[in-house]
Structure formats: C-alpha cells, structure tokens
Design a protein around this ligand. Structure first.
Ligand SMILES: [Zn+2]
Ligand SMILES: [Zn+2]
Ligand SMILES: [Zn+2]
Length: 219
C-alpha cells in the first residue's frame, strides 16, 4: 500500500499523514523500512492503531537534533541561518570541508567535531527534542526546561592548567570562548616571537583586546 492509501485507511483513527521511513544502504540504494511516521490530528497520540486484523504499536517519534551546517548551532537549518559561518572541524570562520586545523568544537570548544554525538551541546539538544516531542510543546519551551551544560567552567579550569595562561589573572572574568582563542593567539604570537626576538613581551603587557585583535590577519 502507498503512503496515501494507508493514510486514507487510518483517517478515522485521527491519522492525517503517513510517511514510510527509508534507509540509504552503503551501495547508495534506498531501502524501505517497516517503520512509518504517522501524523495525528489528536490532542494526544493513541497507544496503537488498528489496521485490518492487526494492532500497530505507536511510539512518539523523536527526531535527531537539527544542527546548522553553516554556523554549527542547533535548532535551525542552514537555509534559514543568519549567523556567521563556523567550521565543523575547528570552529574557525570558514567552511569545514577542506579544513586541516586542530579539531575544536564550534559549540563547546571541546576536542571533537561539531557533529560529534558526545558533544555536551548535542546531548542537551537530544534532551530538548525528547521533551518537545513527548509533551508536544515548542522547541523554545522545551529548551527552557533543559539547563545548559556548564561548558565555560570546564573549559576555564582546562585553560588554567595550560602554562601559557598562568601569567594572565584577568582571564577569570572572561567567557570560555575568549579564553580559548586567547590561548591560540598566544601560541601564534610565541611562534612569531621566535623569528622576531625584538618584539616586546606581549604576553604580560598587552590588554586582552590587544591579543584578540590580530585574529583577522591570522585567518
Ligand atoms: Zn546556522
Ligand atoms: Zn576549520
Ligand atoms: Zn562540542
């Protein structure tokens, strides 16, 4: 039976649309699965549907978190993205397809790709999706119910253990993203210093803004 025929058959049970799940096999061919996505015009979903002599079990469908391929953030697609491009590999302001930089997550600064399922942001989005679909509420409502992972604390303690940062007490008031980019800049400046020994000792005298500002020329 086609999706339309099944939908017509189950219309009396509140079904308004039917979509059969498919899976792309390794050889590129599409395989039809025995799982269907039903849309109901009901305030709550039934536990089962009657189809001929059969009872079909119904479960709430929780889709995977939607991650934008352009900015890597969750909750929207690239088509509607108004954010700046972020690399899926290093988090930098470029597309990720040809990037060979050190892996750094654009969403949490962790040592994984932005697409990683072990990212604390991804784990949070998975919880949001579950709450959204189980309770039939909006994404934004569900988001307020799931506390954000405390990424900045984790990253700050990691950054402090780096010797390059020990002499920079003002870092305590900055966000994790800033402190991490400062580490990177510092490394670049240190490398640079080796080739130009006459440079002033930037690490102790420059303000934070001075350290951050060379970024565009580094890119
Ligand atoms: Zn985006
Ligand atoms: Zn990159
Ligand atoms: Zn991450």
């Amino acid at each position: 039976m086609s999706e339309e025929e099944i939908a017509a058959e189950l219309q009396t049970q509140g079904v308004t649309a039917v979509k059969r799940f498919t899976k792309k096999k390794d050889d590129g061919t599409i395989m039809k699965l025995n799982t269907y996505l039903f849309t109901f015009a009901l305030s709550s979903i039934p536990k089962s549907l009657k189809a001929g002599y059969f009872n079909i079990g119904v479960e709430v469908y929780v889709p995977n978190p939607l991650r934008c391929f352009k900015c890597q953030q969750f909750g929207h697609g690239a088509k509607f993205c108004r954010n700046n491009t972020a690399c899926s590999r290093c988090g930098g302001a470029h597309e990720g397809s040809e990037c060979t930089n050190t892996i750094k997550c654009a969403n949490c600064n962790g040592e994984h790709l932005a697409s990683s399922k072990s990212c604390p942001r991804y784990e949070r989005e998975t919880k949001i999706q579950k709450i959204k679909h189980t309770n039939n509420i909006s994404y934004f409502e569900a988001k307020t119910l799931v506390p954000a992972p405390n990424i900045s604390t984790v990253k700050y303690s990691a950054a402090v253990s780096s010797p390059a940062l020990v002499a920079k007490p003002t870092m305590s008031s900055t966000s994790c993203q800033t402190s991490i980019s400062w580490v990177d800049e510092q490394r670049i400046l240190d490398d640079h210093t080796q080739f130009a020994p006459s440079l002033p000792n930037i690490s102790t005298s420059a303000s934070q803004t001075d350290i951050i500002s060379p970024e565009p020329s580094v890119e």
